[in-house]
Design a protein around this ligand. Structure first.
Ligand SMILES: C[S@@+](CC[C@H](N)C(=O)[O-])C[C@H]1O[C@@H](n2cnc3c(N)ncnc32)[C@H](O)[C@@H]1O
Length: 408
């Protein structure tokens, strides 16, 4: 083995530590309404200069922070690493600016790439056209220099590039997640209107459930809220079941650091001593929920009851209900208003001591619960603008409040 003088080892260690500690800007994308929760999550993971923007949170951090954000931030959809920004009022400007970047730093002829573009308030209005022009600028640079070009792979590229064009100004980033972080890896089966995992986690965190009481979803479908609650309760990182992240294909991927991030994420695991229970009336959905729960190896933590919400008796309160009942166009439940009235009756009679949070885009149906919301939060479930409302279900004498409201 070659002799390495001690002084050179010191220099090597210093360079490595500096590289690990160097901070750079990142952007974490999320859903509208979850920016505040995501900002808190990122802060707790060591991010600095955390700023909320529309459907995103910007922050500074090291490579380690970026790995942690991908593995542990339950409300992040993807983590972007900006590499360039420039004015781009037209395709010539866009092409010229992208051509100025030396792409052989990041790609070679054997690597694949993909470009996602989004466009708002700009002269160029077609995101697909913007992505096409950006692709041309990259492949033309290779063709000029090497007579050949790297290929595009939209599914599993070695490098996924994100272009955000707003007010004729382009931010170009590398997508360290590559595949949306809502794809946790545990959910193999869904129903007609499954809740996005990131939205489900965000709703639970917004509800303020403190893991010191029971958690119930009385219309649990494929079990997304129950599984996300069990992950939170047991301190299991949201990325635990997932193998693929974009940064693993980057030339600077640090396997040791990644292993350390995964191990550290488990170091402060809480003991959860309460119940997580779901109820669902469709036999098919009960079977799907059970398969998803088994996939996540959470069968010791979650119970599923098969039946109508009207007959469902939850474990004794206190506890938190988070429920995503049918609404909107995807679920053609015939008597939506009747269903919400039934849910309201069940809450009043069977859930004393619980805080119930209901998400719905159907404002009229929400009124038919016959309960006063004590908080209202706006959230988007896909294209549907929803209200996420909190109802406090009292024990004992305060039950009379419900009767008064029923008669209004
Ligand atoms: C919007 S889906 C819930 C989706 C779920 N959050 C998920 O991620 O899969 C609503 C669920 O309520 C169930 N449901 C409808 N009416 C019900 C009732 N009266 N009692 C129990 N479940 C009911 C439906 O079968 C459906 O699975």
């Amino acid at each position: 083995m070659a002799f390495i003088p001690a002084i050179r080892i010191d220099v090597y260690i210093c360079i490595k530590i500096k590289a690990l500690q160097e901070t750079q800007p990142f952007v974490a994308k999320t859903f509208a309404g979850l920016e505040g929760i995501l900002a808190q999550e990122l802060q707790s993971l060591g991010a600095t200069d955390v700023q909320e923007t529309h459907r995103a949170v910007t922050f500074n951090g090291t490579k380690e922070t970026m790995y942690k954000a991908n593995y542990q931030a339950r409300t992040a959809i993807r983590i972007l690493k900006p590499i360039a920004e420039f004015p781009a009022a037209n395709e010539t400007e866009l092409y010229r600016e992208i051509s100025k970047i030396n792409w052989s730093q990041y790609l070679d002829l054997h690597k694949t790439f993909a470009i996602d573009a989004s466009v708002s308030d700009s002269k160029m209005t077609h995101s697909k056209y913007v992505a096409l022009k950006a692709k041309d600028a990259i492949v033309d640079q290779f063709s000029r220099k090497m007579g050949d070009r790297p290929n595009v792979d939209t599914d599993f590229p070695d490098l996924r590039i994100n272009l955000f064009l707003h007010n004729d100004h382009c931010v170009m980033s590398f997508d360290s997640s590559s595949i949306s972080l809502h794809k946790r890896g545990y959910r193999k089966e869904t129903g007609e209107a499954p809740l996005n995992e990131v939205l489900a986690a965000g709703m639970i965190l917004l509800s303020g459930w403190d893991k010191k009481s029971n958690f119930v979803d009385p219309m649990c479908g494929s079990g997304t809220l129950l599984i996300e609650a069990a992950l939170i309760a047991n301190g299991i990182p949201c990325g635990y079941y997932r193998e693929f992240y974009g940064f693993k294909k980057w030339p600077d991927f640090d396997k040791d650091l990644w292993e350390k991030v995964k191990t550290d994420a488990f170091s402060e695991q809480d003991e959860f001593e309460y119940e997580i229970v779901g109820n669902e009336w469709s036999t098919e959905m009960v079977e799907k929920a059970i398969r998803n729960i088994n996939n996540a190896k959470l069968h010791h933590d979650i119970q599923i009851v098969h039946g109508d919400i009207r007959n469902f008796i939850p474990p004794d309160g206190p506890g938190t209900v988070v429920v995503n009942p049918p609404y909107g166009e995807r679920l053609q439940t015939k008597d939506i208003v009747g269903l919400y009235a039934k849910m309201g009756d069940s809450f009043k009679q069977n859930f004393p001591g619980y805080n119930a949070w209901v998400i719905s885009s159907d404002i009229e149906a929400l009124k038919r619960l016959g309960l006063h919301p004590t908080r209202k939060i706006e959230l988007w479930n896909g294209p549907l603008l929803c209200k996420f409302e909190k109802f406090e279900l009292y024990k004992g004498s305060k039950k009379s409040n419900y009767q008064e409201l029923d008669q209004q």
